[in-house]
Design a binder for this molecule. Structure first.
Ligand code: GDP
Ligand code: ZN
Length: 303
């Protein structure tokens, strides 16, 4: 925040640091030269109690959003993310397949491993359970791990804890799916700090929300990205979009045209696969909807 960064050193102490002048200009495409999750080298002036960041290491990945004022520039929200988890609920609130698909496509495009967590399973009746199984099958068939959990099931929350251990994780999902409840159970010291995670719907009130990274007491970090829907926006080249659908990638080698968009081209292996139910119809619909609203999708992808 401001001109000072909080740097966590290898000895687990926190240091206030300034950015070295030259470092500030490193990347002109971004409005902010440094972000949550960056790995840095710094020197520390003990007398003045201030550090200087000398070097920012290359990022293995990062998520961005468009800056509100400078239309051509982006803001880097967080970097070096090991895992993106989407908390899904079938009911109260409803998470749509389209929403899940957009999250997964964002994660693919950003190069971040992603998994789905189905929460509130204690509330499920027969119908909801069947729907959940249907959803799980769609995503497990194409290689995404899904985990079912409830804040009232200690075995399941332990599983989530194992998942988060020693990783930097972005936890996202609609308001009310149980993000803060899960975090509180996993590490109750985080209780207060993450209270704004459940306040996405109050966005209008909090105009100065910023991303933060919270260390977990058993190792690892939770990255809180208030105001960001899913993983934030990303400019996806629509010709590459199908490549972020693992099942479309699997079939598209057999399309007649190398640059097939899988819309109405002849001898399209993807369309055949959809017709033969080898690709889930909902996934293909999400693909088409992302193509269609391309421009809007990029502009309106945060609350
Ligand atoms: P957030 O907005 O994603 O942070 O959601 P919260 O953690 O604030 O949870 C919203 C509501 O759902 C709260 O009333 C929680 O007690 C409830 N809740 C969260 N997880 C579960 C769960 O696994 N089962 C049930 N029955 N309720 C849950
Ligand atoms: Zn095709």
């Amino acid at each position: 925040t401001g001109s000072l960064c909080q740097v966590l050193s290898d000895n687990k102490k926190q240091y206030s640091c300034k950015l070295k002048g030259k470092t500030r200009l490193l990347d002109l495409d971004f409005t902010n030269p440094i972000t949550v999750g960056d790995v840095v080298e710094f020197t520390f002036d003990i007398q003045n109690n201030i550090g200087v960041i000398e070097r920012i290491y290359d990022r293995k990945n990062y998520i961005i959003r468009k800056s509100v004022n400078l239309s051509h520039k982006s803001q880097v929200i967080a970097s070096n993310i090991d895992l993106a988890l989407l908390i899904v609920t079938i009911k109260n609130p409803v998470t749509s397949l389209n929403f899940i698909d957009r999250f997964l496509i964002q994660a693919e495009a950003y190069g971040i491993e992603s998994k789905l967590i189905f929460n509130k399973i204690d509330l499920y009746d027969k119908k909801t359970r069947e729907k959940k199984l249907k959803y799980q099958k769609i995503y497990e068939d194409i290689g995404y791990q899904t985990i079912s959990t409830s804040i009232y099931n200690p075995d399941k929350t332990l599983e989530i804890k194992q998942l988060l251990k020693n990783k930097a994780t972005v936890l996202t999902g609609h308001s009310g799916v149980g993000k803060s409840s899960l975090i509180n159970i996993i590490d109750n010291k985080l209780k207060l700090k993450t209270k704004n995670i459940s306040n996405y719907h109050n966005q209008g009130v909090h105009t100065t929300t910023y991303t933060e990274m919270f260390p977990l007491d058993f190792g690892g970090y939770i990255i809180d990205t208030p105001g960001i829907k899913g993983l934030g926006l990303i400019d996806i080249d629509m010709h590459l979009l199908a490549g972020y659908f693992p099942e479309m990638t699997y079939y598209s080698d057999n399309c007649r045209f190398k640059n097939c968009m899988h819309i109405k081209e002849p001898d399209c292996a993807v369309l055949d696969a959809v017709k033969n139910k080898l690709i889930a119809e909902s996934r293909y619909k999400s693909y088409l909807s992302m193509l269609e609203e391309n421009t809007n999708y990029r502009r309106n992808n945060y609350n």
